[in-house]
Design a protein around this ligand. Structure first.
Ligand SMILES: [Zn+2]
Length: 156
């Protein structure tokens, strides 16, 4: 799915990496004649790419980024106290990841476009919520769970 470039850094080999708003990094190498990104070599032209969106396959794979920090968690819910909004499609903001922690029994977790997957999350287990991707949960009976929110530590 498309993620905006927030900034750039170099890896250990000196290759340029774009920091995306999802918290993932993506190489933007200039290796002519096969990979041509002459813009990455100069700060001025790199800055011109800020805000441009790249496809992030790691988000499509629901891959948890490195360097996230937890900043908030909900209280514990059960099948009776489940907030009604959780059962309808909703999404976190860009850059905000979350984990559903199922601490007792099980929960159905449905992820919408562009991922389109459903999971049975059975305690003790967690499920990944990808930034800005619609999702909802479905109770199957007794369950206890909470949600923990994380965001990228690295600032642009
Ligand atoms: Zn990503």
């Amino acid at each position: 799915m498309k993620r905006a470039i927030l900034g750039f850094r170099r890896d250990e080999q000196g290759d340029w990496v774009a920091n995306l708003d999802c918290g993932h990094g993506q190489h933007v190498r200039h290796r002519p004649p096969f990979v041509n990104r002459p813009w990455v070599q100069r700060e001025e032209t790199r800055n011109g790419m800020l805000g441009i969106e790249l496809d992030c396959p790691r988000c499509d794979r629901m891959e948890w980024p490195d360097d996230l920090v937890a900043y908030r968690r909900t209280g514990e819910f059960d099948e009776r106290t489940l907030p009604s909004g959780f059962a309808k499609d909703h999404a976190t903001k860009r850059g905000v990841w979350a984990r559903i922690h199922v601490v007792s029994k099980a929960l159905k977790y449905h992820v919408g476009e562009p991922i389109q997957r459903s999971f049975l999350v059975e305690a003790p287990a967690t499920a990944v919520i990808v930034p800005a991707v619609p999702h909802r949960v479905e109770t199957l009976g007794p369950v206890r769970f909470f949600v923990e929110f994380w965001r990228a530590q690295r600032m642009p």
